[in-house]
Design a protein around this ligand. Structure first.
Ligand code: MG
Length: 156
């Protein structure tokens, strides 16, 4: 089964920039109740999509106090439990980050390791790609950040 996830967050000053569970030095970070980790949010949606069980908002409504302000890694851990219940394992995860600033090349390996650890899979099953938005639109003006994630799941 294949799933796709997309997420966007607004970037503002004096907020941490957390991507795939890694805090990256930046003048701006995501405006959100949680840590605003676009990669982990898109990853949850990709995994939920592959299972055919809705989206991150269905499973972790921000109206539910249990999830309010939760770290995005908690969402991923919960989604991996749903996969285990269905005897599904991750074949691979492929992430594309669209961010104008800062450059994240130096952090890609750490991000890959963090996702692999969160999902209990080898690093070889995770790929991180990053691109700028060529200064076009709100991502290009560094007012927002996008992430796309695709995954494949298989029955054990
Ligand atoms: Mg989000």
């Amino acid at each position: 089964m294949i799933g796709i996830g997309f997420d966007v967050h607004k970037l503002v000053e004096k907020r941490p920039l957390v991507l795939a569970g890694v805090t990256i030095p930046s003048e701006k970070g995501a405006l959100a109740h949680s840590d605003g980790d676009v990669i982990l949010h898109a990853l949850c949606d990709a995994l939920l999509g592959a299972m055919g069980v809705g989206d991150i908002g269905d499973h972790f409504p921000d109206t539910d106090p249990q999830w309010k302000g939760a770290s995005s890694s908690v969402f991923v851990q919960h989604v991996t439990l749903l996969m285990q219940e269905r005897r599904l394992f991750i074949v691979n995860i492929d992430c594309t980050l669209v961010l104008q600033e800062p450059k994240i090349a130096a952090y890609k390996h750490e991000m890959k390791s963090a996702i692999a650890a969160l999902c209990s899979i080898p690093e070889s099953r995770v790929n991180i790609k990053a691109t700028t938005n060529e200064h076009l639109g709100y991502v290009g003006r560094n007012e927002g950040v996008h992430a796309f994630v695709v995954c494949e799941l298989q029955k054990l």
